[in-house]
Structure formats: C-alpha cells, structure tokens
Design a protein around this ligand. Structure first.
Ligand SMILES: Nc1ncnc2c1ncn2[C@@H]1O[C@H](COP(=O)(O)OP(=O)(O)O)[C@@H](O)[C@H]1O
Ligand SMILES: [Mg+2]
Length: 392
C-alpha cells in the first residue's frame, strides 16, 4: 500500500499560541507533545493539516505528516482556559487531571496533581532535580495540558538577559532612538499566559535580578531600566511562571540561586526514577527492544544512582533517564549494549585516575551486564544484591 492511501487516525490543525505552536485535533484534543516542534511550525507556516499515520519504523508506532485530505468536522475553536472558579469544580479538575499527563512522562500521580493544582491556583512553580530527570518535559507537559497561551524561554542559553527579558534600544537615522520590546514583555502582558522559564538556575544573575519584581506576587511588574523611578510594565492578570532548575547536583555552571528568588516559587521536586519505573518507561518507549536488555539498562542506571548517593560514593552522579533513553535509542537502532554505553554513558564520566577513575567504575558495572559475568568483578554478588535491594 502506498503511503498516500493510508488514512490518518487523527488529524490536527496547528495554531500559534504565544511563541509556541499547538496542534489540536478535530475534537479539541491537544496533540502538541506527540509532534516535534519543527513539524508543527512547518505545518503552521505552510498552512496545512497534520495527520497521524501508523509507522513500523518509528518507536512510537506512528508518525505525523502533512495530510492533504479533508477533515470531517471543523477544528474546534480553542479559547483560553476556563480555569474553574467554583471550588467544587476546581477540586474536580485537579483530581481528575492525571489523565492529562502524557503516558510517556513518568511522574507520580501526587506530583502531577500538585503541579496542576499550583497552575490552577496561579502559583509560580519551580521544578527542581538533577539533570535529565524530566524537569523540562514535565514543565512542558503541564503547560500543554492547560488550555492557555504559552511562551517558552530557555534562560540557560541566553547571553544577554536584558535584551531577552526587556528589549533593545535601537537607533534609526530617521526615527532617532527607539525601544523595541522583547517577546518576554509581550508574554507578561498576555492575560492568563503560562510562561516557561527553562534552566533558570543557569541564567545570568542579571536575569535573576530582572525577574525578582516580576515573580513577586506583591509587585508583579517589570522595570525597564535599573534606575529607580524608571518605567515599569505590569504583569497581566492570571500570568503564571513555570521554571526549571538543576539543583543539588554536580553541575558547576549552575550558579547558586538566590534564596529570595527561590522564595518566589512553589518548589516541585522531580523524583529520580526507581528501577521499576525506569524499566516500565523504557519498555513503554521501546517495545521492539529485548525487554531483558531494557531491564539491564534500568539496573545499571539504578546501581549508579545508588552508588552516587552513598557515603562512600565512587562516582559523583548516577546515569540520568535522559541517558538511558538515548542509550535505548541506540539499542533500537541495532547497536549492542556495550557499544551504546561506550558512546552515550562513558563520555559523561571522568577518566583521569585510570583504574581508579569514575569511568572505569561505571564501565565495570556495565560490563557486568554485557558478558556472561566471567570477567573480573568489581562487585561480588553480595554487593550487587545489596545495591539492588537498596533501590527498591
Ligand atoms: N520522568 C521522566 N519520564 C519520562 N521521560 C523522561 C523522564 N525523565 C527524563 N526523561 C527522558 O529524558 C529526556 C530529557 O528530559 P528533560 O525533561 O529534558 O530533563 P531535565 O530538564 O530534567 O534535564 C526526555 O526527553 C525524556 O526522553
Ligand atoms: Mg531541562
């Protein structure tokens, strides 16, 4: 059967909201998180629909492409959220919200509901945890589940906080000096918008200073200039901020954030996955990869996490979920566990110190699961059993 003859099981139209592109199906379901941002952007700019087609080569079992057919129903017009105002409705919304969580995001029901509740109550939220544990994914998923205008800013990648958050002063020979405001200014002036401040912990301290008044529930304004008495822009009603921060981990580029800044957020600590959850996630994401190998990957990750948290830790950090997912992508593409580990895991560990290095330590854990176990063991069986027991 040629590709053209296939009928998609879902058809979406892409709409622009803030600086993001959201995909809505004909029945008003949001599919943004299933479709890559490039694909959504192209569909919006090219003014075409996207269809979801079955695909045997994609891990998810489907792929999203341009759909030139008709859609039976007009796309439901999505207006901004009705955040329920009646208390009974609010309770109902929060406690039924677990179904809004994407299946591919592993997060406890309590934490997810806490996020939704914070959003509904207009709290600023900060997702904390080590690198690669799903902070950005969870933050984006919450934003996606709320039917509100959303804006995304990666503060870890901005070199010039003033121009990103405030704007630039330009000079034009005809108009003279004029000010062009940033997208962030537009975002805070959009009522009910949800503004994602990704990697806030890596932002320049100037960015933190600029954000202080913006995030403060009692102030909620942006000062256009550092000088006292300068113009300010008011934060619109219903605007909420969702930030992410690598906290309590090894990254030196993460500057220590000011306590006053932290105080402006409700902190949601992202949990590092347990071996069982990691295993379920990998099996869900890679149904075509041998589940014994996936379970070994989950074991390896959890052994390194237990080790890095122990008092006598020989490694500074455990293998993140981001890394296990990347590694399993390699397994799916036909690389062996040994090869996959070599390119995705080992480079993250320091090799100085030779046999005593962190890299050697991690290699030995991995090798335990690669061969028949006849190699020289770094751990004896008891130690392994103990470490595995700790994780549960
Ligand atoms: N809790 C989780 N559930 C599902 N996938 C996860 C989770 N944590 C990490 N991942 C995987 O790792 C990738 C990176 O996660 P990300 O949210 O960018 O981490 P962080 O922002 O904490 O550094 C995700 O795209 C996803 O594939
Ligand atoms: Mg992140």
């Amino acid at each position: 059967m040629s590709k053209q003859n296939l009928t998609p099981d879902v058809v979406c139209k892409v709409e622009k909201s803030g600086n993001r592109y959201n995909a809505w199906s004909t029945d008003g379901t949001k599919y943004t998180s299933e479709i890559t941002s490039g694909c959504r952007k192209n569909a919006f700019n090219g003014d075409y629909l996207l269809g979801r087609f079955p695909s045997s080569t994609s891990k998810s079992g489907f792929s999203w492409r341009k759909w030139e057919g008709e859609i039976s129903n007009p796309v439901v017009d999505n207006t901004t959220v009705e955040v329920p105002s009646d208390h009974a409705e609010v309770l109902n919304f929060i406690h039924n919200s677990y179904s809004l969580k994407p299946k591919g995001l592993m997060m406890s029901e309590l934490k997810w509901k806490y996020l939704i509740r914070s959003a509904v109550r207009g709290k600023n939220m900060m997702m904390t945890g080590p690198a690669g544990c799903g902070k950005t994914m969870a933050a984006k998923s919450v934003v996606n589940s709320l039917d509100r205008p959303d804006f995304y800013f990666n503060l870890g990648a901005t070199q010039d906080p003033r121009s990103t958050l405030i704007g630039n002063t330009h000079f034009d020979s005809k108009k003279g000096t004029f000010f062009s405001k940033s997208l962030f200014v537009e975002a805070i002036q959009t009522p009910n918008s949800v503004i994602l401040l990704d990697e806030l912990s890596r932002a320049h301290p100037d960015a933190w200073n600029i954000l202080m008044t913006v995030l403060d529930y009692g102030q909620r304004y942006l000062r256009l200039d550092e000088s006292d008495g300068s113009d300010t822009i008011k934060v619109a009603d219903g605007v909420t901020f969702v930030a992410t921060a690598n906290i309590g981990n090894e990254y030196t580029s993460t500057r220590v954030m000011d306590k006053a800044l932290m105080d402006r957020f409700t902190i949601v600590e992202m949990d590092v996955l347990t071996e069982d959850d990691e295993n379920s996630l990998l099996n869900y994401m890679f149904p075509n990869v041998d589940s014994n190998v996936l379970s070994n990957v989950a074991k390896i990750a959890s052994l390194t996490r237990t080790e890095s948290n122990s008092d006598t830790a020989r490694i500074t950090s455990g293998i993140s979920t981001r890394t296990t997912v990347e590694l399993c992508g390699l397994l799916y593409d036909g690389f062996s566990l040994e090869e996959s580990a070599e390119v995705s895991i080992y480079p993250q560990y320091d090799s100085t110190g030779g046999v005593d290095s962190e890299r050697t330590f991690v290699k030995q854990i991995v090798q335990k699961f690669c061969d028949d176990g006849s190699s020289d063991d770094l751990f004896n069986e008891e130690e392994m059993a103990e470490a595995e027991g700790d994780v549960k």
